[in-house]
Design a protein around this ligand. Structure first.
Ligand SMILES: O=C([O-])CC(=O)C(=O)O
Ligand SMILES: [Mg+2]
Length: 568
């Protein structure tokens, strides 16, 4: 926060830490940048090498070291260690090099970080709440170092990106998401708390690994699981009544169910259901500008009928209705396909969140099928003639050449979004889609990919990832003290992101702003979200609307070394 005294000097931060303890606290540590006066005052002489550095020098030294590593997983481990050693330096490095470092701190390398978590684990960060500790949750949360928490990201590790059950390794995801809350959304790092709910794992390799750091037990389900979640949410509400709780990477049967159970009880959203949907909606709205074909005319094939697929379909249905399509017709525009084929009446039992998007049996009558007992993605693309193809299946290569080529027979400029993460799970590579469609597809991916070559020039591939919205949602919600996260706020986030699409001004340009501008994008998203919360009466302490932007900008945390003074 930009707090300066009248003479322009920043007020000093009080700390009771000194000596070795001050140097080992990542929130307060400045490493070699402690001044001589601070070294005298805080008993640091002799504990540090004599040269006195500054943040800029430290950033360039760390960047040099980082670039010298051979692999991204080594870079990931180095950055995690830096974050646990000196947060200010970690965030200065990240923010100044967002485009280069996001793929390491976050998707795709964070996926490997989760797989290797037990081997990389060094220092404590966040909370591991394991089932055997269930009666201690309240006590664990009560520690004074968590007094300022405003944003929690929580996972149970069952559906980590497209990598499935990673057990306690899933903790890498809340840590990575919250690094973006600060790096992109400007949330003070001391206000963030990653939480892993350890209910066991069904990952046989983890259970058999002698080095596994999680609770060595098969995954709990049913009433025991639900009671544990209830205990957790209750304790969170009592400890931080206003906190923003983000659910992340829960398996499909829990993701929507838990969201529905808790969304009216606290300020909460599910990033995979709602965040991914908001970004997909924003990117599609931007794509309309490129294809010239309005939203109201689009038909959608969605591969993956889990939380993300149904969340995207639900939000796009809202957008279609807002564009004038009647609700029943809007839902009928969605063809959701999972491993059993197209969701169609009578084929099997569907979960309640899937039911709105089950096609009526007569729709598929007379379709020509590859195999009579299963309606494949290719069958859907041939018969339903979608204009938009979205992949949230975690199945590498599921958008085959035949599927992609058939999309071009339905429309001049098909929209094709292989959104599964990490890179190794993408339904198709942008390069293949470009090649198979002769450059006609409008492409968005979940993970970062290298640029394509179009008209002899490099063309950036849009990363349709929820990182374009969740940091801004967090900033808007916390700056204005929103009490809930409504569908209207998610739609406001999507529209705000679409409104800053470079393709609006030039249809040959990118659909989404560059990753390097994510801090500015987050302020834009935050403002839209906060204004919407305000207009729906979802704020604890209403303020004048013209004050909201100032509130948000002042809330943005900037990594820099503050002066310290000794005290409690
Ligand atoms: O983490 C990401 O890159 C996007 C996301 O939420 C997921 O794939 O589960
Ligand atoms: Mg996720």
């Amino acid at each position: 926060m930009q707090t300066h005294t009248q003479d322009g000097r920043e007020p000093a931060v009080k700390t009771g830490l000194f000596g070795y303890q001050l140097l080992t606290d990542p929130r307060f540590n400045k490493g070699t940048a402690f001044s001589q006066a601070e070294r005298d005052q805080f008993e640091l002489n002799g504990l540090l090498p004599p040269a006195i550095g500054n943040l800029d020098e430290q950033v360039s030294r760390r960047l040099q070291v980082l670039r010298s590593f051979e692999t991204d997983i080594e870079r990931y481990a180095f950055l995690r260690d830096l974050q646990d050693t000196n947060e200010t330096l970690f965030f200065a490095l990240l923010i100044e090099n967002l485009e280069e470092l996001l793929p390491i701190v976050y998707t795709p390398t964070v996926g490997e970080g989760c797989e290797q978590f037990s081997r990389l684990y060094r220092k404590p960060r966040g909370l591991f709440l394991s089932y055997p500790q269930r009666s201690n949750i309240e006590r664990i949360l009560s520690h004074p170092s968590f007094d300022d928490v405003r944003v929690i990201v929580v996972t149970d590790g069952e559906r980590i990106l497209g990598l499935g059950d990673q057990g306690a390794g899933g903790m890498g995801i809340p840590i990575g998401k919250l690094a973006l809350y600060t790096g992109c959304g400007g949330i003070d790092p001391s206000a963030t708390l990653p939480i892993f709910l350890d209910v066991g794992t069904d990952n046989a390799a983890r259970l058999a690994d002698p080095l596994y750091i999680g609770w060595r037990h098969e995954r709990l389900r049913g009433q025991e699981y639900d009671d544990f979640i209830e205990t957790f949410v209750d304790a969170v509400r009592r400890r931080w009544p206003n906190v923003l709780l983000q659910w992340e990477d829960f398996a499909k049967n829990n993701a929507t169910r838990l969201l529905e159970r808790y969304r009216d009880r606290l300020c909460t959203f599910n990033d995979d259901v709602q965040g991914t949907a908001a970004v997909a909606t924003a990117t599609l709205l931007a794509a309309m500008n490129v294809t010239g074909r309005p939203l109201a005319e689009q038909r959608f094939a969605v591969l993956g009928a889990g939380s993300a697929g149904c969340g995207i379909s639900a939000q796009l249905t809202h957008a279609l209705v807002e564009a004038g399509v009647n609700a029943k017709e809007a839902r009928g525009r969605f063809f959701l396909i999972d491993r059993d084929g197209l969701q169609v009446e009578g084929a099997k039992e569907y979960a309640s969140f899937q039911r709105p998007f089950v096609q009526a049996a007569p729709v598929v009558q007379g379709w020509k099928l590859e195999q009579p007992d299963r309606i494949s993605l290719l069958d859907v693309v041939r018969n339903a003639k979608p204009t938009v193809l979205i992949g949230v299946s975690g199945q590498k290569g599921a958008f085959t050449q035949a599927v992609v080529k058939t999309m071009t027979t339905n429309c001049e400029r098909p929209i094709i979004f292989p959104l599964s993460n990490p890179t190794s799970r993408a339904e198709a590579t942008p390069e293949d889609i470009e090649h198979w469609t002769g450059g006609r597809a409008v492409i968005g991916t979940g993970s970062p990919f290298p640029p394509l070559t179009r008209d002899g020039k490099a063309f950036k591939v849009d990363q349709t990832n929820n990182s374009y919205v969740f940091p801004g949602i967090g900033l808007g919600v916390t700056a204005i003290d929103a009490t809930r996260v409504s569908d209207g706020m998610m739609m406001a986030a999507a529209r705000a992101l679409a409104a800053v699409s470079p393709a609006l001004g030039n249809s040959k340009d990118s659909l989404l702003p560059p990753i390097a501008s994510l801090r500015e994008v987050s302020v834009t998203v935050a403002l839209a979200v906060a204004l919407q919360a305000h207009s729906e009466g979802l704020v604890a302490h209403p303020v004048a609307t013209d004050e909201i932007e100032g509130l948000i900008r002042r809330a943005v945390w900037v990594p820099r070394y503050r002066p310290y003074t000794r005290g409690r």
